[in-house]
Design a protein. Structure first.
Length: 413
């Protein structure tokens, strides 16, 4: 069964958590005790209805303030597909949380309150979603019940968003008018909007085609560990374990080891259930080679005629996540796939205002939630593709080498 990873994003109070709660409730993906707890919490808050947002807003501060702060992950399944939902915060102070939740998503649900229309935060999240190479956007024009389900209100928001979308990188965009609180066009098609000829949200989620989104061309296998079982039955077994980042590897094919540049041939590929003829993303496998090369964690296998870039200086679009500002004099640990190396931020070329897309060249240090194009210099070469080409080998994080905290997430240009 296919798995779809998706996020909700948009402005504060546009109904993201309520929509997720409605999806979970109407697909019967919550337990009775959970539902009873949400009903009791709604009564304590003085609500005249059961607040479905409480199904995903789990932090006490979230419930007290009525906003989402952290990324909340929820899982459910239908007969057609499994889903991992990430409810991302809408407040601009938590942009870093939205970037974290969107980094692995295949589809983004962008919520818009039909009364407010397009806001700065909506633009910010739409841009970040396309920057993070999410190829499918579903714009949920929410709270249609508050404008009497009028078609002209929906069309107004549709025009606003499409005018802004002309400035974004191309994506598949779909619009659905809905009332998340009442369930109109969420799981079942609404009878109160007969003018809408499209499908409800759940049908769109079950049928969106994402298999072509993965990179099946550029074969990349970051090595996580070398397996030597010391089993008398397998005295000479030496396998390279890892997760296929992209492309396809087949038994009998020639590969090149990076950084040495030496070649070898794959003699066998072992999956969780035994030998397989081929491996592709996101399979975790063990590969056997016909030569005992000096390979360790952080090395990479590729095809001789299709290799990643190897460099010590790279251009990166960086989102600063740390509480402390960027210190150009400090070294950071760069982690990309299974490889680690130390690096310096050599230059901040410009900061990007994700609302206006204006580039600023002021030289103040990067602060939390800032997005900037920077030049990184590493102490050892590492192997990468551009993020636009390959999300797996084109992404990285920076870690403070003393505090051991993640301070930035980057997309290689």
């Amino acid at each position: 069964m296919d798995l779809l990873r998706l996020i909700t994003c948009g402005n504060v109070d546009d109904g993201k958590s309520t929509l997720l709660g409605r999806l979970l409730h109407d697909t019967k993906s919550i337990f009775e005790d959970q539902w009873e707890a949400v009903q009791r919490a709604s009564v304590r808050r003085g609500d005249t209805f059961t607040d479905l947002a409480l199904l995903t807003d789990g932090l006490r501060a979230e419930r007290e303030q009525g906003i989402t702060i952290d990324v909340a992950y929820r899982y459910f399944a239908t007969p057609h597909r499994k889903f991992i939902l990430a409810d991302c915060p809408g407040h601009f102070q938590y942009t870093r949380n939205m970037v974290t939740g969107a980094s692995s998503a295949q589809l983004a649900l962008i919520l818009i309150d039909v009364r407010k229309g397009l806001t700065e935060q909506t633009c910010r999240h739409a841009f970040l979603a396309t920057l993070l190479r999410i190829k499918h956007l579903i714009v949920c024009v929410n709270k249609m019940d508050l404008v009497a389900f009028r078609q002209e209100e929906f069309e107004r928001v549709h025009e606003q968003f499409m005018e802004y979308a002309e400035r974004l990188d191309g994506a598949d965009i779909q619009f659905i008018p809905m009332s998340a609180r009442d369930g109109d066009n969420v799981v079942e098609k609404s009878t109160r909007m007969p003018w809408y000829a499209g499908s409800p949200l759940l049908y769109s989620l079950e049928n969106v085609y994402v298999r072509n989104d993965a990179n099946h061309v550029d074969a990349r296998f970051p090595v996580q560990t070398v397996i030597r079982p010391q089993d008398p039955a397998l005295p000479d077994f030496r396998g390279l374990a890892g997760r296929v980042a992209s492309g396809i590897f087949r038994a009998g094919e020639e590969i090149v080891h990076l950084p040495s540049g030496l070649t070898a041939r794959i003699t066998a590929i072992h999956g969780p259930a035994g030998k397989v003829e081929s491996a592709f993303h996101p399979m975790s496998v063990v590969m056997e080679l016909d030569r005992a090369l000096d390979i360790g964690r952080g090395d990479m296998l590729a095809k001789p005629n299709n290799q990643p870039v190897a460099a010590t200086e790279i251009e990166v679009m960086l989102c600063w996540l740390g509480d402390r500002p960027l210190d150009p004099s400090r070294r950071y640990i760069l982690q990309q796939t299974s490889r680690e190396t130390k690096c310096l931020v050599r230059e901040v070329r410009y900061k990007l205002d994700v609302t206006t897309l204006h580039r600023s060249t002021d030289h103040t240090p990067l602060q939390m939630n800032d997005l900037a194009r920077v030049t990184l210099h590493t102490t050892a070469p590492f192997f990468f593709d551009s993020y636009k080409k390959n999300r797996q080998t084109g992404s990285l994080i920076l870690v403070d080498e003393f505090a051991n905290t993640t301070v930035a997430a980057g997309m290689i240009l």
